[in-house]
Design a protein around this ligand. Structure first.
Ligand code: NAG
Ligand code: NAG
Ligand code: NAG
Ligand code: NAG
Ligand code: NAG
Ligand code: NAG
Ligand code: NAG
Length: 925
């Protein structure tokens, strides 16, 4: 029989070790006890006159005051049944209901006990089965075996925080209920098997040979208030007891009370004591591991020639190598330090050959191991989400630990991340359409690990807390569908600008509603959802994002160095720039006139000339290159139009839309400051002037097509009501130094048109060759007009031809392409300068898309969303692989932000290539 070296024999021998051990026992200290009578109604509590412990009602200890109180049926109330078992609280609603036990000492061991007495409290006589969790860890499956049975379930665990929760889990086998709940603090050294990673669930705790054969021993006899149940078997065993006091050796790791150790049994017949049990399956462990603690104390003063010595065997094998010789009136304990995992446990205690006396045993405890490796959610996250829950009165299943255990119990609307050694963190919160009222809780900013926050479609009002910008992990923030006011905080805009945040919000500003067809004044409260997902190239320009470039009043055009008249910029901003009572204003940080002068170095270098005015080259203090567009007097564009555009540009952000860094006005002179697009217009690249005989490679053309399609799609789909660009063309698509395409001048003409008396509505706005014929014919503008124009751009990209070919009879590029395609000759359409270095299939497909886009009847044209999808397929064809998600706008739950973000980290390069913000075409300008 092999010895089991991993089992430690701790045998406390009798003898001289006596002095001072009595002092090891402290006086019972009830401080720290929590004793709850569940379902107790209308009473503050009471003191049980037998055990002299104060019971409190469970009011206020439950999350959301869940559950209902019941009396058990009178037929089950017997004189011996403790009062605390007379009432229950039951939980018909919710998969998980929890008691929160507070004011605990983190890291301390606690004994937690739940008590159950069904007593047909609901009159249904249906015995339920349900689970208990302690904290976020499985504890026990309560299986009520009879209505009159009082059941007690006990665990010893280390409580990691200053609170713990006891949760009743409805597993679909009946309504959970509970009669009582106790918590007792234990000393650190006691029950050494209990660690942070494992707790003990009590299977049995027996006091052998009790003098009173019915009563259990507990507090005050056991200062730790363990329940020691009597075990008597007068057929097999003879009881023994002593009236003398049994003492503990110091230290005693288990501290069984003298009342328990003062009684024992020995075999009535023969020389062995035997007991056994079978493992009780747990949900995740059909055969859990066990700890056994056996208490041996000699109760008889033995004559010198007598010997009581015995072996302890497990399943027929010697368990502890040495024979046990119990010490007279001193506690001795045998236990295993490492949990045993067997199919069955049969313990036999038999006398050794030399023993003259039969074996004895005083008490036994058997525990199964409950892993407590599920960690409670990060404390900061918990307190933040609890405050959010309280503020918005969120009910649902927001009970217990937010993240667990596991993904089964995680709160509705939350997604957590789990690591082995660190607490779960809340990563996603989707509280969209939950009827949230009031302002945005600042507690959201305390969810430090949050990546996704969706508060859309609620009734939230007030300001957006700037603190949200401190959430460095936050990549998606959806605030759309609320009635928020004030500005978008600078910090958030910054995050948006550097591409690290996808911000969606609303605008109740009617002037942003630029689609004449869908803009009903009385429906202005409808939202213009803003969708922001731009990694602006000008990372550093963030420093001035949304600043208002505030010129002071000047008299003369062209003499920018005139004297400056200070003015009240704040009222300017709040009164003049803001349309609509609830609109999100432009941030009113601003450049001074002098700063603008410095930025443009006295308007030294002109980059281009557009309908709106000249575009100047400029540098911010940190060296970031910008383009400053100045409104000229002759442009005829008024103040409102200017502000409208500025507002659109401030609010609409997408990585494929040119972003504005700031703007300013001085009444007559206005400026817009844009990110600098070093590679100029797509038009220039198609013409090939930069390629010295070569041309823009097909791959780049495809990429440009996709990116500009994404920008337009954003205008159509990311904005509500949709914004219609109305002037999509190759000169309005700009490229940055990484050849990323961005739509420029979006919404400009529309914004002007919607409000201006200068733009005659009987004039079709747009650029010849790009204008939707249906719009031209009907004056009915839809998003499909942009689709049409985009089809033209696609054809330009494929063919390299001008939009109107100067052939014998000038012919539009669409007509031209259709004619050639009708002959099935793709080669004759494709830009010959590419010299065949393209995938024919992808070119075919793009031409197909282009011709669909430019269908005469608008309803036959695809949406931009569909165009984006198809262009992505083209890229896949071309590259023969899956295109990476460059969208940033997707609701794709497969978060790939790391890849996404790293893709955005570029350095600003300071080329001085031509830059153009021209806005040609519209007849009105
Ligand atoms: C339970 O019994 C007490 C009296 O023993 C009574 O006051 C109380 O109303 C009962 N509660 C319910 C829910 O029946
Ligand atoms: C509950 O106990 C009964 C009787 O011991 C048993 O038949 C039943 O399978 C148990 N239910 C569960 C869910 O464990
Ligand atoms: C006790 O032992 C004797 C002899 O070994 C046997 O005859 C008797 O049945 C036993 N009694 C019990 C209760 O086991
Ligand atoms: C005690 O019981 C074990 C297991 O049944 C057995 O192997 C051993 O021989 C017994 N010892 C004595 C002294 O009877
Ligand atoms: C336990 O072991 C003893 C002795 O080895 C044996 O007599 C008894 O039948 C066993 N009990 C069970 C339940 O296996
Ligand atoms: C039994 O006693 C004899 C004589 O005292 C001793 O030699 C022997 O080692 C003892 N056996 C055991 C198992 O303790
Ligand atoms: C926010 O939730 C709404 C409603 O479920 C959904 O339509 C929207 O796409 C979500 N926003 C984001 C950014 O996922």
């Amino acid at each position: 029989m092999s010895a089991t070296p991993w089992l430690l024999l701790l045998l406390c021998l009798a003898g001289a070790a006596g002095g001072g051990v009595l002092q090891a026992r402290a006086q019972p200290d009830t401080k720290g006890f929590i004793t709850i009578d569940c379902g107790l109604q209308g009473e503050a509590g009471y003191v049980d006159n037998v055990i002299m412990l104060a019971y409190t009602s469970d009011n206020g200890k439950l999350t959301d005051d869940a559950g209902t109180c019941h009396n058990i049926s009178g037929e089950y109330i017997t004189p011996s049944l403790g009062k605390s078992m007379h009432t229950v609280r039951s939980f018909a609603a919710g998969a998980r209901n929890c008691y929160t036990l507070r004011s605990l000492v983190p890291g301390l061991k606690y004994l937690i006990r739940a008590k159950f007495m069904y007593g047909n409290y609901d009159g249904l006589n249906r015995l339920p089965v349900f689970d208990l969790h302690v904290g976020v860890n499985y504890w026990y499956t309560v299986n009520i075996s009879s209505p009159g049975a009082a059941k007690s379930v006990e665990a010893i665990v280390v409580v990691p925080d200053d609170f713990t929760q006891v949760c009743l889990i409805n597993t679909g086998a009946g309504t959970p209920f509970i009669s009582g709940l106790d918590l007792r603090p234990l000393k650190k050294a006691i029950y050494p098997q209990v660690t942070n990673a494992q707790g003990l669930a009590l299977l049995a705790r027996f006091n052998f040979g009790p003098t009173d054969k019915t009563e259990l021993i507990r507090y005050p006899d056991d200062p730790l208030d363990r329940f020691w149940f009597p075990w008597v078997n007068s057929v097999l065993w003879t009881e023994m007891s002593t009236t003398r006091k049994v003492s503990h050796l110091n230290p005693d790791l288990f501290e069984a009370p003298p009342a328990v150790l003062g009684t024992a049994i020995r075999p009535r017949n023969g020389s062995q004591i035997q007991f056994s049990w079978e493992p009780q399956p747990q949900p995740n462990d059909p055969s859990p591991a066990y700890f056994v603690i056996m208490y041996f104390t000699e109760l008889q003063l033995l004559p010198s020639n007598a010997l009581r010595e015995f072996y302890i065997n497990l399943n027929g094998e010697l368990w502890f190598r040495d024979g046990v010789r119990p010490a007279y009136l001193y506690s001795g304990v045998n236990y295993n330090n490492f949990a045993l995992r067997k199919n069955q446990y049969n313990i036999t205690i038999n006398a050794t050959a030399n023993s003259t006396l039969p074996p004895i045993i005083n008490a036994v405890e058997v525990f199964s191991v409950i892993p407590t490796t599920n960690l409670v959610t990060d404390v900061g996250d918990v307190s933040a989400i609890m405050e959010i829950k309280a503020k918005y009165q969120v009910r649902a299943n927001w009970i217990g630990d937010p993240c667990g255990p596991g993904t089964v119990m995680v709160w509705d609307s939350l997604t957590c991340s789990y690591a082995i050694a660190s607490p779960p963190r809340i990563r996603r919160v989707d509280l969209s359409s939950r009827g949230l009222n009031g302002d945005i809780s600042s507690s959201f900013a305390n969810l430090k690990a949050i990546q996704y926050l969706n508060l859309s479609t609620n009734n939230l009002v007030g300001l957006i807390p700037d603190a949200l910008s401190q959430l460095t992990s936050l990549t998606v923030l959806d605030l759309s569908g609320n009635r928020l006011s004030g500005s978008i905080p600078y910090g958030l805009l910054r995050r948006v600008q550097d591409g690290s945040l996808d911000l969606r919000y609303d605008e109740i500003n009617p002037d942003l509603c630029t689609d004449g067809n869908s803009c009903q004044p009385d429906k202005r409260k409808s939202k213009l959802a803003m969708y922001i997902a731009i990694p602006a190239v000008v990372m550093v320009a963030i420093a001035v994002v949304a600043l208002i470039v505030c010129f002071t009043r000047r008299k003369k055009q062209g003499s920018m160095n005139n004297s400056v008249k200070p003015q009240n910029e704040i009222s300017y901003t709040s009164e003049n720039y803001v349309y609509g009572d609830n609109s999100l204003r432009l941030e009113n940080r601003r450049f001074t006139y002098e700063e603008i002068e410095v930025i443009t170095n006295n308007f030294q270098k002109v980059l281009g000339q557009g309908g709106f005015g000249k575009v100047y080259n400029g540098y911010l203090e940190d060296g970031t290159q910008v383009a400053v567009k100045l409104r000229s007097d002759s442009s005829g564009q008024g103040f409102k139009e200017f502000v409208a555009e500025a507002q659109i540009l401030t609010r609409i952000h997408h990585k494929n839309l040119v972003s504005m860094i700031g703007y300013g006005k001085d009444g007559e002179y206005m400026a817009l400051v844009y990110e600098y697009m070093s590679e100029g217009t797509v038009q220039e690249h198609i013409e090939g002037s930069r390629y010295h005989g070569g041309c823009l490679p097909w791959k780049h053309r495809l990429r440009i097509a996709l990116e500009s399609a994404q920008g337009i799609e954003y205008l159509h789909k990311g904005c509500n009501p949709p914004l219609i660009h109305r002037d999509v063309k190759a000169t309005n698509i700009l490229l940055n130094e990484r050849m990323e395409a961005k739509i420029a001048d979006f919404g400009l003409s529309k914004a002007f048109n919607s409000d201006s008396d200068h733009v005659s509505t009987d004039t079709v706005v747009g650029t010849p060759g790009y204008v939707d014929p249906e719009y031209h014919a009907t004056m009915q503008l839809t998003t499909k007009s942009d689709v049409y124009s985009f089809g033209v751009v696609l054809l330009e990209l494929v063919t390299g031809q001008p939009v109107i070919l100067r052939e014998a009879v000038p012919i539009g590029i669409i007509q031209w392409a259709r004619q050639r395609m009708a002959q099935g000759n793709i080669e004759s359409v494709v830009d010959a300068r590419m010299r065949g270095s393209y995938d024919v299939n992808s070119v075919w497909k793009v031409v197909e898309i282009a011709l669909k886009c430019s269908a005469y009847v608008s309803t036959q044209r695809p949406t931009m969303t569909s165009v984006v999808v198809q262009l992505q397929e083209c890229i896949e064809l071309e590259e023969g692989c899956i295109v990476e998600d460059t969208g940033g706008s997707s609701d794709n739950p497969n978060w790939s932000y790391d890849a996404y973000l790293s893709d955005q980290s570029s350095n600003m390069n300071q080329k001085n290539d031509a830059f153009s913000m021209e806005h040609t075409g519209p007849a009105a300008r």
